[in-house]
Design a binder for this molecule. Sequence first.
Ligand code: HEC
Length: 124
Amino acid sequence: MGLSAAALVLGCALASRFAHAADATVGADVFKSECAECHSPKEGRNKKGPSLFGIVGRKAASLPDYKYSDALRGRTDWVWTPEKLHGYLSQPAKQTNPGTKMKYDGLTDAKDLDDLISYLGTLH
Ligand code: HEC
């Protein structure tokens, strides 16, 4: 493959990654099927896991009324940016944060993950 062809393929890959603007409406459905069992999007409502209201931009383990694991409380330098959430949610939580109480196997579908994170960004 010539260099320009390679550049074209790469360009298309990047374009398709960004052109389909992540869809928060689809993300809401991903949330329902993947996360809602343990997480509420409502402020102050903790289930098995902490409320995810305002999660994008929130510091890890920062809700005063939820009992986090020591593993997550130790992550004082973590802020839940979209990038951080992407890494954390794309693989088993135990891999990114050994000792966590979050028993979740990870979301491997890149589009679902983008949509989900876009939805999480609306929870303010
Ligand atoms: C089986 C239950 C379960 C599922 C499913 C689950 N989580 Fe969690 N989640 C937890 C628990 C429990 C914690 C607290 C972890 C700890 O203290 O170590 C947590 C913590 C988190 C945190 C850190 C919150 C904070 O305040 O620092 C984020 C972000 C998160 N989950 C997002 C998600 C998302 C998004 C999904 C769906 C893709 C999901 N979780 C699926 C149980 C779950």
